[in-house]
Design a protein around this ligand. Structure first.
Ligand code: CA2
Length: 141
């Protein structure tokens, strides 16, 4: 059984509660239920934080354990955080970055992702399906 961590960054706890035209109407809890249903043989750990340091701590904790892959939506920290970039690199855990929206079709400041640059792959603009595709890519399921 593969251990996959699904990490979500700032404001993603608001999923389904605001801006449905950009982020859809499903909640973070719907996302978690959907992943567990579709991938019954994957052991998921879900974690969301609005704090950069807490996300760094979580990645470092995962690096000390037996995590096989990280599906990571760092939210706005993608565009600003060298600390999260370093945490991903230092963890040696294959990480796939997911963005619900197409960051390349939005404001210029969203076009670059520090964290995406050190991830195994990046999926953007496919809504919550992106988390499913990332899980599939990391597990081969
Ligand atoms: O498209 C994505 O998944 C983003 O990572 C979402 C971030 C944004 O800063 C990135 O540029 C792209 C924002 C997350 C905010 O999520 C909300 C969801 C529902 C309601 C309010 C905020």
């Amino acid at each position: 059984m593969k251990n996959i961590a699904v990490l979500n960054g700032p404001n993603l706890d608001r999923l389904g509660k605001r801006d449905p035209e950009i982020y859809g109407s499903q909640t973070l809890s719907d996302l978690e239920t959907g992943l567990r249903d579709v991938f019954p043989s994957v052991a998921f750990e879900f974690y969301q934080s609005n704090h950069e340091g807490a996300l760094v701590d979580k990645i470092s904790e995962l690096a000390e354990g037996s995590c096989d892959g990280i599906v990571f939506n760092p939210g706005a920290y993608s565009h600003t955080s060298i600390a999260l970039r370093d945490a991903i690199t230092g963890s040696k855990i294959p990480t796939i970055e997911v963005h619900i929206s197409n960051i390349h079709g939005r404001e210029r400041f969203r076009h670059h992702s520090h964290t995406g640059a050190v991830s195994k792959g990046v999926i953007a603009g496919l809504g919550l399906a992106g988390y499913h595709f990332a899980t599939q890519a990391l597990t081969g399921d």
